[in-house]
Each structure stands twice: as structure tokens, then as C-alpha cells.
Design a protein around this ligand. Structure first.
Ligand code: ADE
Length: 265
């Protein structure tokens, strides 16, 4: 899979591509990447990449021409004719990262991980001209309800959530139990030493009893999800992902019987 990033600050995503698991995936040839500096495509000698918005208002927008020329360089063509944004480029999906896009979810990350190539446009200043969005963009994606000073970090977050789902990058076993894979948050984890700062690892994890450990972990996931993200419980229920066992545990957690004591910790 290939990631192409159009940016005024290629060094920001570069650090990500050149380190850790991503660097290994690149070395193995599972992931390829291209960083394109939009400034290289500016038309004037000052390499200007920003301009005033029509209608006035605070801040500047990214200039259209350098952006278009950078898109051309990576073979992204404008959409032609069709009104409803039909994907014009089967092998490339073009994403504009913006706080006004649809929120990134694990489901979207999975969907994107099935593409051959993703092209990201990182905005600076107040963003980009709507006509660029209308002509070139397949998806506008936000990484959360807050505003960053530019798109590079957001694009890198999206790339991180996507590349790790590509076959061969990390083991499918590691992906199976992590937060969101089945709609719940993750259970707590412990490593050595057995006692740290006076706090002991829950007894059940030392028992070697796999079935009890599985049940304990499921209960912890449910407790945590109920506490921090109760809406995910409703969602998991609607998606048929809550087993009878999980429903019983939820009942125990939300209406604890005075006789039932916590086990294991
Ligand atoms: N650019 C600035 N803020 C952003 C956000 N929250 N998500 C995606 N892109 C952004």
C-alpha cells in the first residue's frame, strides 16, 4: 500500500515514516510512501502558497495553483462531469484532513486499509479553496473535535491507524483484542514486577486459569467502556456484538448484588 502526502512541512510526516514499525514495513516493501512539498510547485519567486479569502475574514487560505500542480505531479486528476463525486481514480483515494470532515473511526481505518494508495492533502492556514475539494477530494476526514494548526499531524494519525491494519504489518492476534475491534475498550494489562509501588498484579492473572482470565478481561472491558464511553455499549448491542455473557456482566456491573464480591483483584 502507498501513502502520498502533499504538505508544506514534509519533515513532520517523514519522522513517522522513518521510525519504528512503519520503517520496518517500508523496508519489507509492505508500505511505500511519497512526501510532496507543495511549496516546490509555487509559481512565483517567493514560493507563495497562501492568499486572502474572498469575502474577507481572518486568516489566509492555501493558494490553489501550487496545490493543483502538486496533485498533477502525483497523477491525481480532477473529477470530470459527474456531479455526485464518483471516484475517478480507481487506485488512489484522495483525502483532505480537516476539522470539518467526518470523524475518523476504526471502521474508516479498516476501509482505508483496503485501498492501494491514499493521497493526503494537509491544509495550513485557514484551509483550502472549496473548488479544490469539489474537484479532487474523495473524503474529508477529521481526527476529532478540536483544531490543530495544520493537517500534518492529523494525516499522520490517520496513516498510523490505517497502515497497522495492512496485512503483514502486525500480527492479527494483536489486532483482535484491541480497543474498538469489537466495539469495546481494552482491558487493563500488567507486566513485571508482581508488586509495583505497593500495588499487586490482580491474583487472577497469576492463576494460569485461561477461562477465568478471559471472563475477568471481558468484565474489565465492559466496566471501562461503561465508565468512559457508555454510547459504545449501546452501539455494540445494536450491532449484535454483545453476547449473553456480556449482557449478564453489564447487569452485574450496573446493579451489583450486595452479596457478590469482586474476584481476582
Ligand atoms: N486540521 C486541523 N485540525 C484538524 C482535525 N481536528 N482533524 C483533521 N485535520 C485537522
Amino acid at each position: 500500500m502507498k501513502f502520498t502526502v502533499l504538505t508544506l512541512f514534509p519533515e513532520i510526516p517523514r519522522a513517522f515514516f522513518e521510525n519504528s514499525i512503519m520503517a520496518k514495513a517500508v523496508e519489507k516493501g509492505i508500505i511505500a510512501y511519497e512526501l510532496v512539498n507543495i511549496r516546490d510547485f509555487a509559481l512565483d519567486k517567493h514560493k507563495t502558497c497562501d492568499d486572502n479569502p474572498y469575502g474577507g475574514g481572518a486568516g489566509m487560505l492555501m493558494k490553489t495553483e501550487p496545490l493543483c500542480r502538486a496533485l498533477e505531479k502525483v497523477n491525481v486528476k480532477p473529477k470530470t462531469g459527474k456531479k455526485n463525486g464518483k471516484k475517478r481514480n480507481k487506485t488512489k483515494r484522495v483525502i483532505y484532513v480537516t476539522p470539518s470532515g467526518k470523524p475518523l473511526t476504526q471502521k474508516i481505518a479498516y476501509e482505508l486499509s483496503r485501498e492501494e494508495e491514499l493521497v493526503f492533502i494537509c491544509g495550513r492556514y485557514e484551509g483550502i479553496d472549496q473548488r479544490i475539494i469539489d474537484s479532487y477530494i474523495d473524503d474529508e476526514i477529521s481526527i476529532g473535535d478540536y483544531v490543530l494548526s495544520s493537517g500534518e499531524l492529523a494525516a499522520t494519525v490517520i496513516i498510523d491507524s490505517v497502515y497497522r491494519l495492512v496485512d503483514g504489518v502486525i500480527s492479527s492476534e494483536s489486532l483482535e483484542e484491541e480497543s474498538f475491534t469489537d466495539g469495546l475498550l481494552e482491558y487493563p494489562q500488567y507486566t513485571r514486577p508482581e508488586v509495583f509501588a505497593g500495588m499487586k498484579v490482580p491474583e487472577i492473572l497469576l492463576s494460569g486459569h485461561h477461562e477465568n482470565i478471559r471472563k475477568w478481561r471481558l468484565k474489565k472491558r465492559l466496566e471501562k467502556t461503561l465508565r468512559y464511553r457508555p454510547e459504545l455499549i449501546a452501539q455494540a448491542r445494536n450491532n449484535g456484538k454483545l453476547t449473553e455473557e456480556a449482557e449478564k456482566m453489564i447487569e452485574e456491573i450496573t446493579n451489583p448484588s450486595p452479596l457478590s464480591g469482586e474476584t481476582g483483584d
